[in-house]
Design a protein around this ligand. Structure first.
Ligand SMILES: Cc1cc2nc3c(=O)[nH]c(=O)nc-3n(C[C@H](O)[C@H](O)[C@H](O)COP(=O)(O)O)c2cc1C
Length: 231
């Protein structure tokens, strides 16, 4: 890995380091999703590593689903979906989705009837950000798309661009958006594998999503993903 990477560095010297740097940054310093002392945290159930569908079956079955039954998701399902999006799968901090320079700019939230939760990959936990049902406001911020209204859980993929910019400068915007795509696809495929369905939603008012969820100003929403039991 290291030698391939350095060979490529020589061959592509016209391109910046941003295009060729293949090694993760150590130590990992993703401090954003840590709870303040008074924040309520939930220990999520451990993700399972075996499912009932093969990857091929899951890929073949994936279709955007915009209509859902009223059945809530279980904590196990929410836990599994969060893990699929950004769970840690390596002792050094590597996650389910690739990340340029292993800088991990994504922060994932999920809004349910019970509140808003912020996923903490370290320790596989969630911080309770709100005990209010914010899905109605999120639906308005999402151009009143019915899928957001109907879904028992709306996942929100946000990004802290600065984490990637500090190494990749102007290239970071591209990298961060690509990463959001990776995480969203993981999430949507995991949904299918759990017998659920969802849709990636890019059409929404950024500022309205941010204010509705009271997100930190540097957590910029890139994707909404309503997920539930297909109707
Ligand atoms: C970047 C992106 C943004 C999207 N935004 C929306 C959206 O705002 N609303 C929606 O209903 N579907 C949205 N979709 C889903 C597409 O409409 C859907 O993937 C497409 O129709 C193909 O259908 P399939 O996902 O079932 O294969 C989006 C998909 C992508 C990749």
């Amino acid at each position: 890995m290291r030698s391939r990477c350095s060979r490529r560095l020589i061959l592509t010297s016209a391109l910046s380091l941003a295009l060729t740097s293949c090694l993760p940054d150590f130590p990992m310093e993703v401090k954003d999703a840590t709870a303040s002392p008074q924040a309520e945290e939930i220990d999520l159930p451990a993700p399972r590593l075996k499912g009932e569908m093969s990857l091929e079956e899951t890929l073949a079955a994936r279709r955007s689903v915009r209509e859902f039954t009223e059945e809530e998701l279980t904590l196990e399902e929410i836990s599994q979906l969060l893990w699929a999006a950004q769970g840690i799968t390596a002792a050094w901090g590597g996650r389910t989705a690739p990340s340029a320079g292993a800088l991990y700019p994504l922060e994932v939230y999920v809004a349910t009837a019970d509140g808003l939760y912020h996923y903490v990959p370290q320790g596989h936990k969630a911080i309770v950000e709100s005990r209010a049902d914010l899905r109605g406001a999120l639906w308005r911020a999402g151009l009143s798309q019915d899928a957001i209204h109907q879904a028992p859980a709306v996942f929100v993929i946000t990004a802290v661009y600065a984490r990637t910019e500090k190494k990749y400068g102007g290239r970071a915007e591209r990298y961060v958006r690509l990463e959001a795509g990776h995480a969203a696809q993981n999430l949507l495929l995991q949904a299918v594998a759990l017998g659920l369905g969802g849709v990636p939603i890019g059409a929404f008012y950024d500022e309205q999503v941010q204010s509705t969820l009271s997100l930190p100003s540097d957590h910029e929403p890139l994707y909404l993903a309503p997920i539930g039991h297909p109707r």
